[in-house]
Design a binder for this molecule. Structure first.
Ligand code: APR
Ligand code: PHB
Length: 388
């Protein structure tokens, strides 16, 4: 088989890239290891920056998002001293849209089907070859048969554990990493959200987040030790612990119910540089991971795909400059989001080795955020998304 761009991974990065390229008349093939049902069963964050919303509209997948997405003009922060609000709209005139990543992925699959895209699911043994030549190719197994795709470019959108990043020789990439000493236990429930906006809570027992997907579907998280297992947390124990960490007035009115999904995710910051090796380009989680605090994961995947689609479209039209610049452009924005998600993580969580001094600094940070318009503006700018 031959195509112009072979895309490894059918998550949001791979599907959005394929969609943008196909709309520009460029042929793609997407290779996905899992079934579509599996990909659509994953629960991930649900806060979209305005730039992500606009990109999804440009990709032709904005209709349901525009109908069902919930615009949030600010967020709540809860501390020992009480709850306060950061008003994004008032501070910088920007907003975010609450719309689940699962829904984004569903819309992308529907659009790709309508465009008769080639998405090969349940592939295995994906291997990348001849990446530094003019004729790179991918080999894989599907339905018991060995297959090969030749392409002009190969894009790794295969997430943190995929083979693409590993195809870059170890001495040609630099990896930066921070692993945090706790995880997030997340619960999805068919209940009314705790509040109109998200609540990020700093509490002596650990961080908590009250989030939502829509008016009848809530998403909650609590910070837990990495040694905890989701199976050991009963729904009742989860709700009890969440109530303790939320402000009393919110906890009192909290609607609880059976969990639809319950899982623990570790927190990590990770970047690999550069995001290119010959004719291989990386995008999304294949190149970087942010801790979920601040919901930057999907938004960074979107900005990578924006820069990369521009670069590839220009390259096929004979101008390779934007593609040459891809890795540097993407990494500038990625490091800004790395800093922001690290900062939000560090001011909101209880660290096991936190000293009294660290504790006082955390309180001072939160107090600045509560009282200084300039601190709120900086947070609002980063939370709603830095410009592309
Ligand atoms: N062969 C083919 N596909 C693979 C392989 C492989 N060897 N390994 C992984 N994949 C697929 C996964 O099954 C998954 O569907 O690549 C896809 C990667 O998707 P994501 O992990 O969702 O990554 P990405 O598309 O970059 O999306 C980034 O998703 O993970 C969240 O927090 C992240 O919100 C961010 C967004
Ligand atoms: C979520 O709704 O899953 C979510 C929202 C905001 C975050 C992280 C996760 O910062």
């Amino acid at each position: 088989m031959r195509t112009q761009v072979a895309i490894i991974g059918g998550g949001p990065s791979g599907l959005l890239l394929s969609q943008l390229l196909m709309r520009a008349g460029i042929a793609t093939v997407v290779l996905e290891r899992q079934t579509r049902a599996h990909v659509l069963g994953r629960i991930r964050a649900g806060v979209l920056e305005q730039g992500t919303v606009e990109l999804l509209r440009r990709a032709g997948v904005g209709a349901r998002l525009d109908r069902e997405g919930i615009v949030h003009e600010g967020t709540m922060l809860s501390t020992a001293g009480g709850m306060f609000r950061v008003d994004f709209k008032a501070r910088i005139g920007e907003v975010v849209t609450v719309y689940g990543q699962t829904e984004v992925t569903r819309d992308l699959y529907a659009a790709q089907d309508a465009a008769s895209a080639t998405i090969l699911d349940e592939v295995s043994e994906v291997a990348l070859h001849d990446l530094t030549t003019e004729a790179p190719y991918v080999t894989f197994q599907r339905g018991g048969e060995a297959q090969r795709i030749d392409a002009d470019y190969i894009v790794g959108c295969d997430g943190f554990h995929g083979p693409s990043r590993q195809a870059i020789p170890r001495d040609k990439r630099t990896e930066y990493e921070r692993v945090y000493p706790f995880g997030w236990l997340g619960v999805l429930s068919r209940t009314r959200p705790a509040a109109e906006e998200l609540i990020y809570a700093n509490h002596p027992r650990g961080f908590a987040l009250a989030s939502m997907r829509n008016p009848t579907l809530s998403r909650y998280y609590i910070q837990v030790p990495l040694t905890d297992r989701a199976e050991d947390w009963s729904d009742a124990a989860f709700w009890d612990e969440l109530r303790r960490r939320l402000p009393a007035e919110v906890a009192e009115g909290l609607e609880t119910g059976p969990s639809i999904e319950k899982s623990i995710a570790p927190l990590r910051s990770f970047v690999t540089e550069p995001m290119r090796w010959g004719r291989l380009f990386l995008a999304g989680d294949a190149a970087h991971i942010v801790p979920p605090t601040g919901a930057k994961g999907l938004n960074l995947a979107a900005s990578d795909v924006h820069y990369l689609s521009e670069g590839l479209i220009a390259a096929f039209a004979g101008d390779g400059a934007a593609l040459e610049a891809y890795s540097d452009r993407a990494l500038t924005r990625i490091w800004a989001a790395m800093r922001f998600s690290w900062w939000m993580t560090s001011i909101l969580h209880r660290f096991p080795d936190q000293t009294d001094f660290d504790q006082k600094i955390q309180e001072a940070e939160l107090r600045q955020l509560e009282t200084l318009a300039s601190a709120q503006a900086a947070m609002a700018r980063n939370y709603t998304g830095l410009p592309y």
